[in-house]
Design a protein around this ligand. Structure first.
Ligand SMILES: Nc1ncnc2c1ncn2[C@@H]1O[C@H](COP(=O)(O)OP(=O)(O)OP(=O)(O)O)[C@@H](O)[C@H]1O
Length: 230
């Protein structure tokens, strides 16, 4: 589903944000990207949804070569990718409903179907009662759930989330993790960038650790389990 081959990314000369990264993420996998600030987590996610082009190397997402896409092709790629940004990027002058509906409007859905689907996901996320409020009137955890609803409302093939539990309390973190796990169980490939060790440890999912643009460690609990039982 996602492949990076020898990817280098420099924002400026002599400052390499990603240094010869090769990585495969299979369809239906759930992967955490971790590492200290500046490790390259956000940069890697941005490559996957075509917000950045690698300086060299190849990025393949859902069978498409993102490294070679023209700007006009990127919106089509993004139809199959839900993105949750570090700062949510909610539209402040729109209601919760409108913030989530926008994903389906872009895809050309009809009004009645949009209404049903948006209300369905807001109920799943436990924020249906906030449907007519604007984001300023929501807590941080509620805003995060709106951002997740917007990213997941069209059942995307891939969900990318950047530091989705920053500033959330433990109960909100648990809710967010269970939303990711549900989406993953329905077939969405999930990639989450996070510093949050507790979130990672509680989830028993594959972990890719970056430091200064290098992959320094990969841990896959499934392989560890099969080693233990072998
Ligand atoms: N727009 C930019 N212009 C120049 N350098 C950048 C830009 N964005 C990121 N960088 C640099 O690229 C490197 C990787 O940054 P990136 O944001 O990918 O790290 P990160 O692991 O996501 O960090 P954090 O956990 O703090 O969000 C850092 O050295 C950063 O300073």
């Amino acid at each position: 589903m996602i492949q990076l081959h020898n990817v280098f990314l420099s924002y400026q000369k002599d400052a390499t944000a990603l240094n010869n990264i090769s990585l495969r993420i299979a369809k239906g996998e759930f992967v955490f990207l971790t590492g200290p600030s500046g490790a390259g987590k956000t940069t890697l996610l941005r490559l996957l949804y075509g917000a950045l082009t690698p300086t060299s190397g190849q990025v393949l997402v859902d069978g498409q070569n993102v490294s070679r896409m023209t700007p006009s092709q990127i919106p089509f790629l993004r139809r199959s990718i839900g993105v949750v940004f570090q700062d949510f990027k909610l539209l402040q002058n729109r209601t919760v409903f409108e913030n989530v509906a926008i994903t389906l409007e872009v895809l050309g859905w009809g009004r009645a179907d949009i209404g049903k689907k948006v209300m369905h996901i807001l109920k799943q996320m436990g924020i249906a009662s906030k449907v007519n409020l604007t984001p300023q009137r929501l807590s941080g955890g509620e805003q995060q759930r709106v951002a997740l609803a917007r990213a997941l409302v069209n059942d995307p093939k891939i969900l990318l989330a950047d530091e989705p539990t920053g500033n959330l309390d433990d109960s909100n973190k648990e809710q967010i993790l269970s939303i990711f796990k549900d989406a993953n169980a329905r077939g969405t490939t999930v990639v989450v960038a996070t510093h949050d060790r507790r979130l990672i440890e509680n989830s028993h999912k594959r972990l890719v650790s970056l430091i200064k643009g290098d992959i320094v460690e990969q841990v896959d609990p499934k392989e560890e389990d099969s080693c233990k039982s072998a």
